[in-house]
Design a protein around this ligand. Structure first.
Ligand code: PNS
Length: 162
């Protein structure tokens, strides 16, 4: 197959963490183009709106020329096909992530066999960082400045109590 290698990095990113950012940087080195795709999920209650998450992500990846950020809804494989992507990129931190990722990857393969899921490991320093815990630690007054990009910390502060 020829043409640029386009990869999709999908997720909720509520909010973006330094672990996500580390994976984006690694993916950007591996693929010609990386599209960070934020799921618009009406069923899931989120802290930040999709528009806020798009803004924070765009700001955080501005220095990476081959990375773009978009929101999507519906099936990920359909969005990936529309974008001409052949790879779905996901990060695996620990064994505990594996089962969920395996199910998702196999379902996506069933739906769209030509699309490969590629797993990458974030830097060890981020292997314990999750959006859920970042929100909890922030809510309880803990310091999260090493765990999220500066704009995310600022936007959390702007929200006041969460
Ligand atoms: O960061 P998350 O919440 O673990 O990301 C999950 C995400 C967005 C990758 C996943 O929920 C997804 O792709 N949803 C879109 C709907 C879809 O395609 N479902 C079938 C695959 S399981």
């Amino acid at each position: 197959m020829s043409g640029p290698k386009i990869s999709i990095y999908p997720g909720s990113f509520d909010p973006l963490t330094n672990g996500h950012l580390d994976l984006i940087e690694r993916g950007a080195r591996l693929f010609d183009q990386l599209i960070v795709a934020i799921l618009r999920n009406e069923n899931k209650t989120s802290l930040f709106t999709v528009e806020e998450r798009v803004e924070m992500l765009r700001e955080s990846v501005r220095r990476l020329a081959n990375v773009t950020v978009e929101a999507f809804d519906g099936l990920l494989v359909k969005f990936a096909a529309q974008k001409g992507a052949r790879v779905i990129l996901r990060g695996i931190r620990a064994v505990s992530d594996y089962e969920y990722e395996l199910q998702m990857a196999l379902m996506n393969r069933k739906l769209h066999p030509e699309l490969e899921t590629v797993f990458m490991l974030p830097g060890e320093a981020y292997s314990y960082v999750s959006s859920r815990q970042v929100k909890e630690v922030y809510r309880l007054g803990g310091n999260i400045s090493d765990l999220v990009p500066p704009i995310v910390e600022q936007r959390l502060r702007d929200k006041g109590h969460i």
